[in-house]
Design a binder for this molecule. Structure first.
Ligand code: SAH
Ligand code: SF4
Ligand code: F3S
Length: 467
């Protein structure tokens, strides 16, 4: 029987990828995706556990969904509610205790078993009993059991190549929620990339919690790193842009730097989180690099590709962080010069080593530091965007804008670019002259026909911005 599925996604791009794959798993079982929860037969929240706020959002959403489910039951219609992702993995049984409305709970590594879980949950819906929970880290890899993707992606697609993390930064839940590092084989990634491109993707972002720790089995029987993988994928006809996220500064190796130097398809923008500029804090975070290590990596990458722009994540108010430590972070930010960045107040996560450290920082101090850091980062972002004005960039148009006749795309440096242009240009990459640089986006005008590939000369403007 035809049924509808609504998946609401929280957290990182890996969750976005997983949500799409959940729909792929359920499609042969009669589920078609729905944009809204109203009327859906199965509602899945694909959750994020990274900060306390992210987790709390899930419980408030479950409160709303309970009402929807009860209303449907009054009409004699069964609605199943599932919780997936990192909260599911971290809290498991606790979720069905706290929110008995939940029918199934499953982690990021078990969603290939969804048809069976849904069948069991359907039964419990009619017979009563508690929700179905599956938070295994199975020996089999879900990737070996997932069906081929349905191809419902835009011109820019995601592809998970690596999962999990063995770094154990002391603030972070990811090693616990996603499990140990795992890399997919090169052949499987290449086959998926080929399908994505055949389905219209011009840009692929390779995903992994620690993507540059990638070490997958190569077709030659050796272990390949991310640099080699990028070179291989760059050969795919029709693929115009490659990106990858998220990287760890420790795992930037020579081959990866060389790929940035040699492969034009690899976009000149890199999200490379540093978290803090103070060595004392970095050591307490177990980041396994110093601030100078980070500076050196950035220098080497810029030497390989001078127009490379950087983004980062920062945590302020990590336990024990002093004013002097925080000043070190500001100093690092001034030195590097970011095109964009994300910054967060430290959030103590149950089960992580930092949560039980002494010297937790008061909320108001965290808030002050966050504001000061964000002021600096915002100013850098605005300067970067304004330096793009007058230049010409290749923009890949991904979606309609909010205004009539407007399209939104991304330039090589990840900024959103707004133009007035006919809808037939969606899904194409065109040259755009940048007319305006704002806090969070650019505006421009299409200047010429479609371009076959990124031309490095176009980057000179952004180069000035970061010089
Ligand atoms: N794998 C990536 C990012 C993982 S989570 C990396 O290693 O950088 C994304 C970001 O969330 C992190 O970079 C960090 O800045 C932030 N984050 C993680 N745990 C946090 C916590 N407990 N409190 C506040 N921010 C956190
Ligand atoms: Fe978390 Fe650190 Fe792993 Fe990133 S490298 S996922 S911050 S433990
Ligand atoms: Fe969140 Fe899990 Fe991603 S905790 S950031 S959804 S890996």
């Amino acid at each position: 029987m035809a049924k509808t599925l609504h998946v609401k996604t929280y957290g990182c791009q890996m969750n976005v990828y997983d949500s799409a794959r959940m729909a792929d798993v359920l499609a042969p079982h009669g589920y078609t995706p729905s944009e809204v929860p109203e009327g859906a037969d199965l509602i899945i929240l694909n959750t994020c556990h990274i900060r306390e706020k992210a987790t709390e959002k899930v419980y408030s959403e479950l409160g709303r969904l309970r009402l929807l489910k009860e209303a449907a039951a009054r009409d004699g219609r069964q609605v199943l509610i599932g919780v997936a992702g990192c909260v599911a993995q971290a809290e498991g049984e606790e979720i069905v205790r706290r929110a008995p409305t939940v029918d199934l709970v499953f982690g990021p590594q078990t969603y290939h078993r969804l048809p069976e879980l849904v069948a069991r949950a359907t039964e419990r819906g009619t017979s009563g009993g508690s929700g179905v929970v599956d938070t295994d880290f199975p020996v089999e890899s879900k990737f070996d059991h997932l069906p081929e993707e349905n191809g419902a992606h835009g011109p820019a697609a995601f592809l998970s190549v690596q999962e999990g993390c063995d770094k154990f930064c002391t603030f972070c839940v990811v090693p616990y929620t996603r499990g140990a590092e795992f890399s997919r084989p090169v052949d499987a990634i290449e086959a998926e990339a080929n399908r994505l491109v055949a389905g219209g993707a011009m840009e692929i972002t390779l995903l992994g919690q620690n993507v540059n720790a990638y070490h997958g089995a190569g077709p030659d029987g050796r272990v390949w790193g991310l640099g080699a993988l990028l070179r291989r994928l760059a050969e795919i006809e029709g693929l115009k842009r490659l990106r990858y996220t998220t990287s760890h500064p420790r795992d930037v190796d020579d081959a990866l730097i060389a790929a940035h130097r040699d492969v034009d398809t690899v976009m000149p923008y890199l999200h490379l989180p540093v978290q803090s500029g103070a060595d004392r804090v970095l050591a307490a975070m177990n980041r396994k690099h110093t601030a100078d290590d980070y500076r050196r990596v950035v220098d080497r990458l810029r030497a390989a590709r001078s127009d490379l722009a950087f983004s980062s994540d920062f945590i302020v108010g990590f336990p024990g962080e002093t004013d002097a430590d925080f000043v070190e972070t500001l100093r690092l930010v001034r030195e590097i010069g970011y095109a964009q960045a994300y910054s967060f107040k430290y959030s103590a996560r149950p089960g992580t080593p930092a949560a039980v450290l002494n010297d937790q920082i008061p909320e108001d101090v965290k808030a002050d530091r966050l504001e000061a850091l964000q002021q600096l980062l915002n100013a850098q972002q605005l300067a970067f965007n304004q330096a793009s004005v007058g230049g010409v960039q290749a923009v890949l148009f991904e979606r309609r804008g909010r205004r009539e006749g407007q399209l939104v795309g991304r330039g090589p440096w990840m900024q959103a670019v707004h133009v007035q242009a006919p809808e037939r240009l969606l899904g194409r990459q065109l040259l755009v002259r940048i007319d305006d640089g704002r806090a969070n986006s650019l505006a421009g005008t299409v200047v010429t026909g479609e371009m076959p590939r990124i031309d490095r000369e176009l980057s000179s403007n952004a180069e000035r911005a970061i010089a």
